[in-house]
Design a protein around this ligand. Structure first.
Ligand code: KIV
Length: 260
């Protein structure tokens, strides 16, 4: 898939399903790109996956900039999306523009920000100034304290209607994509059919235009904290642990290095 957002719109019109994955560094960006993944998200989940934080709130703009740069270096074809981290965009559209511009200069083609209606002005501001935006609604992890944990959203009729309205308003304000996390599949399907821009789902059922998962969940490297909707395609923790144990054992027992 090309980096052109117009081709993502075309893929939506043609009903083609697209894949996104998070990546935080050069080697995994290269692997994801070579595997034919359509989009790479430098998610602020890096706080949890790379830094071992309990949530995403400690991630700084400087961290996001650094990881965006090294991911962008590794991907030749995939669309590069980067998260605006907590505290870098909420105060005003101008604050958001300054932060987003730094991510674009680091290699992002589109920035993602969390929040519904309160972010409409910011989405319009960035979009009209040349920065494509993906709006993230539903379970927005930066609101973990307000939600009282990582909880599914849109469960009542009222909450679902609010998410539906927010999605439409965000797209009308200029969002080029809408990402929906941990909401009912039927609601995600309704929103996807209603919007002309591509939707991305995570824990939101099979009817969104694209799916995204966290790299460490897909590779089985996050077995203790993986959400129930994630799928591990290999048991990476076991495989890598085995390789490391073998190396340690060979060094201890003199099997490595071999004779020159
Ligand atoms: O930061 C992240 O990885 C994300 C995904 C969970 C969508 O926002």
């Amino acid at each position: 898939m090309s980096r052109s957002l117009n081709l993502w719109d075309k893929a939506k019109r043609e009903g083609k399903r697209l894949s996104f994955i998070t990546a935080y560094d050069y080697p995994f960006a290269k692997l994801a790109d070579a595997a034919g993944i359509d989009g790479i998200l430098i998610g602020d989940s890096l706080g949890m996956m790379v830094a071992g934080d309990p949530h995403t709130l400690f991630v700084s703009l400087e961290q996001m900039e650094y990881h965006t740069r090294i991911v962008a270096r590794g991907a030749a074809n995939a669309l590069i999306m980067a998260d605006l981290p907590f505290g870098s965009f909420e105060e005003s559209p101008a604050q958001a523009f300054a932060a987003a511009a730094r991510l674009v200069k680091a290699g992002a083609q589109i920035v993602k920000l969390e929040g519904g209606a309160p972010m409409l002005e910011t989405v319009a501001f960035l979009s009209s100034r040349g920065i494509p935006v993906c709006a993230h609604i539903g379970l927005t992890p930066q609101h973990v304290h307000q939600f009282g944990g990582f909880r599914r959203q849109g469960k009542t009729q009222e909450a679902a209607a609010k998410l539906f309205d927010d999605a439409i308003a965000l797209a009308d304000a200029g969002a080029r994509m809408v990402l929906m996390e941990a909401i009912p599949a039927s609601l995600a399907g309704e929103i996807t059919r209603r919007l002309s821009v591509p939707t991305i789902g995570i824990g939101a059922g099979p009817e969104t235009d694209a799916q995204v998962l966290v790299l460490h969940d897909v590779l089985g490297l996050n077995p203790d904290r993986a959400p129930d909707f994630a799928k591990a395609y290999i048991n990476g923790a076991a495989l890598l642990g085995q390789a490391l144990a073998q190396y340690a054992s060979e060094v201890r027992e003199g099997g490595f290095p071999g004779a020159p």
